[in-house]
Design a protein around this ligand. Structure first.
Ligand code: HEM
Length: 502
């Protein structure tokens, strides 16, 4: 082939690509939706390749120039993605028009058993599973589970006392200890095992749980392909996806179920509740959308409980403690509430005592508002719908950026100031309810909201009863976020000085 023919073919190909991408990148303009300028090929997602920005921070920065509009479009590579933060539009997407936005558009792939969990599932299968699992999170069930959690809270306090004594300046990376606490809690209630991550950092369960957040290269490729098209990830052979972490969690659930069945073991935890549901399942009346609770599907639920219940909890509690360390007066106030309520309960940190600790509750909520562990929520439009002044087309993925409203001066004056009183009923009344959604809203709201708050409050109450937290010589000011993490993670941890409370 002559050189001129090759050059002509290359020029035609490049020209074609140029026209294709130029047209793709007019999607938002044609719809009158404001958008930041995209770059060829990468759209607005070039920051993912440089790895210099936290995912949620980068999206927030793209949205802020259009703050008053309440929404904007971006290009995830070449795919149009809608970001929404207007509270009324959020309400419509999450609640009023839920039937048009019931899924997240994430893959629940039958070749990857651990992907078949509530967070990923869609449509009627999701509804079927959600209806089955919801009763496991009632206050009655949580009350029964509470003693298992409290035992781990006691261990946390003992471990902190021990490690503080060893540390020269009595400083500790408090988020690491809280992460070990959260591992033990989820291991106990979701997998029914005592993992002892608090005592033993070499513990297999703890190591495996940390690996969840470090995907293998094959999983990374799969994730990347799925962001382009959900079906592309499924093209990879499934043995590439089943990492040792996957096998570990599936076998763990299988062994636990078998052991309990064989030995008639009963324990107040999620495993027990799912085993009971499995029996009731046999009489399912909706065979088409029926989700069999076999050990693989049970392991998938335990797995998502794990992913959702580790860093979300540990970092938010650590953040709350860091804010209390910076404000000793507020810390004393919260600690006094803990002491006063405990006095009314004969010194026992019970479920009922914890329920009465209103300031502890508001402290956890305020930490959720500013730290905002989840960052954004996902919905995929399944029927073209008018939302506010915008038509959202079928197939459009929407990122709900509730954090923008939660850090908006209009809704929360002086938004970076840590102030639990913002969550007093009379103050709450003055703002739109959809400006603060740490657990989401509507039918797909976090199924474990009450459980998560209980776990956070238990840690806060236990630690403020026993210790005083302050900023020691290792304090470096506001904590820096790890740019490589998908969700907010402290780059160097929350280092606090800990002394026993008199
Ligand atoms: C501080 C802790 C937590 C926060 C801030 C949090 C927040 C959230 C958010 C924002 C969502 C998405 C809601 C939506 O799209 O509307 C969600 C969903 C979910 N969370 Fe949590 N979560 C936490 C802890 C937990 C824990 C401990 C568990 C399990 C034990 C859990 C299990 C789930 C599940 C299964 C879903 C999917 C629900 C569905 O689609 O039906 N979360 N969570």
């Amino acid at each position: 082939m002559e050189l001129t023919t090759i050059l002509a073919a290359a020029a035609t190909l490049l020209g074609g690509l140029y026209l294709f991408y130029s047209y793709r990148f007019t999607y938002w303009k044609r719809r009158g939706v404001p958008f930041p300028k995209p770059l060829p090929l990468v759209g607005n997602f070039g920051f993912v390749l440089t790895g210099r920005k936290v995912f949620t921070t980068a999206l927030k920065e793209m949205a802020l120039p259009f703050k008053e509009k309440g929404y904007c479009g971006v290009y995830q590579w070449t795919k149009p993605l809608l970001l929404v933060w207007d509270p009324e539009m959020i309400k419509q997407i999450m609640c009023k028009d839920f039937s048009s936005f019931h899924d997240r558009g994430l893959p629940a792939d039958k070749h990857d058993p651990l992907s078949q969990h509530l967070f990923n599932m869609g449509g009627n299968k999701w509804r079927n599973l959600r209806n089955k699992l919801s009763p496991t999170f009632t206050s009655g069930k949580l009350k029964l589970m509470f003693p298992l959690m409290r035992d781990i809270g006691v261990e946390l306090s003992a471990q902190i006392a021990e490690e503080t004594k060893k540390a020269e300046t009595h400083e500790l990376k408090i988020n690491t200890l809280l992460s070990r606490y959260a591992t033990d809690v989820i291991g106990s209630v979701a997998f029914g095992i005592q993992c002892n991550a608090l005592r033993d950092q070499e513990n297999e369960f703890f190591i495996m749980s940390r690996s969840i957040f470090r995907p293998s290269p094959a999983q990374f490729v799969r994730f990347f392909l799925e962001t382009i098209h959900p079906k592309l990830g499924g093209l990879l052979p499934f043995w590439l996806i089943l990492s040792n972490v996957h096998r570990f969690f599936i076998n763990l659930m299988k062994d636990t179920v078998e052991y309990r069945e064989k030995n008639n073991v009963e324990r107040n935890d999620f495993v027990q509740l799912m085993m009971q549901l499995r029996k009731a399942d046999l009489a399912s009346i909706d065979p088409e959308n029926h989700v069999e609770l076999n050990p693989g599907v049970m392991a998938a639920q335990g797995f998502i409980f794990f992913i959702a219940g580790l860093d979300n909890i540990s970092n938010t509690v650590a953040f709350a403690l860091s804010k209390l360390a910076a404000n000793p007066e507020l810390q004393d106030k919260v600690a006094n509430e803990v002491r006063d309520v405990l006095r009314q309960h004969d010194g026992e940190l019970t479920y009922d005592a914890l329920k009465k600790m209103d300031l502890v509750n508001r402290t956890a909520l305020e930490a959720l508002r500013i730290w905002n562990p989840v960052g954004l929520m996902l919905r995929k439009c399944n029927a073209t719908t008018r939302v506010g002044d915008l038509t959202i087309e079928k197939g459009q993925v929407v990122f709900i950026m509730a954090q923008i409203a939660a850090m908006d001066e209009k809704n929360f004056p002086d938004p970076t100031r840590f102030d639990p009183d913002r969550h007093l009923p009379e103050v709450k009344e003055t703002r739109h309810p959809y400006t603060f959604l740490p657990f989401g809203e509507g039918p797909r709201i976090c199924i474990a909201e009450r459980f998560a708050l209980l776990e956070m409050k238990l840690a806060l109450a236990m630690l403020l009863r026993d210790f005083v937290f302050s900023n020691g010589p290792g304090h470096k000011g506001e904590v820096e976020l790890d740019p490589k993490a998908l969700f907010p993670m402290p780059k160097d941890g929350f280092v606090l000085q800990v002394t026993a409370r008199a």
